[in-house]
Ligand binder design. Sequence first.
Ligand code: CU
Length: 290
Amino acid sequence: MKSAYFAAFLAATAVPALAEQPVTLNFVAEIGGAAFDCSQSYDHLGATHAQMNVTDFRLFVQDAALIRADGSQQPITLTANDWQHENVTLLDFENGAGHCAGTGNAPMNTVITGEVPEGDYIGVSLTLGVPFALNHIDPTLASAPLNTTGMFWTWQNGFRFLRIDFAPAGGTPMAHEGHGGHSDHGNASGWYLHLGSTQCAAASQTEAPSACVFPNRTTASFTSFDPATQVIVVDPAPVLRDADVTVNAPDTSPGCMSFPGDADCDSVIPKLGLAYGDHPAEAQQLFSIR
Ligand SMILES: [Cu+2]
């Protein structure tokens, strides 16, 4: 009697094996609607329609998910590889050639790959960021892609979630050169768009923080998206539309690096979907679908 009850209990609680279906999210990088290429220059950037080279173009995406018709989200179980670890993917659109020879490297990745339970999905959601639990680690000891030192900021702040670096085309010098608190920038000869967590309180510079005042993770959701036929476009031009990328605010990081009190960020961070100082968040304009 007791064993029969136990067998029935087991049968009732056995989880049927759900078939999985592979999913690939394809990304394309563009600058003002033109395909991104390290060897190109791009016109009409920012409020002054500047001509700029792009010298780096990489970003971390966490928590990629497909959306069901009822609005619920199915996290994508990522394929573990050199570009993906747990729930984070590094997208790398630069090939280390041309204008990207300074900070870039040859490998590239333009996809998120993984699987979801078989089902009907109508949309996609993703977050620009590195999860807190993975963000404040030692990159020299971390698994790929979190060993990408070109994306590492400081222990305290963690990784740059987004790194898109601009330099004036034709060698035109920047009007002001920033005097940021970073030790890793060398000559500030460009306008750098870096998003990451800021004001992360820690006991010391080499200890992980317990929290950040400004996590600066931003989510994009598209409720009608077919991974088989559509792409996710990453384009910083709409984000920079109202910024002058030919000047750096004096005594701040060169360009906009998310740190509080940098006038170069006033019109930029809100267009990433995040509040900045007394500038409220706007709809994010970095990601779109096509
Ligand atoms: Cu920086």
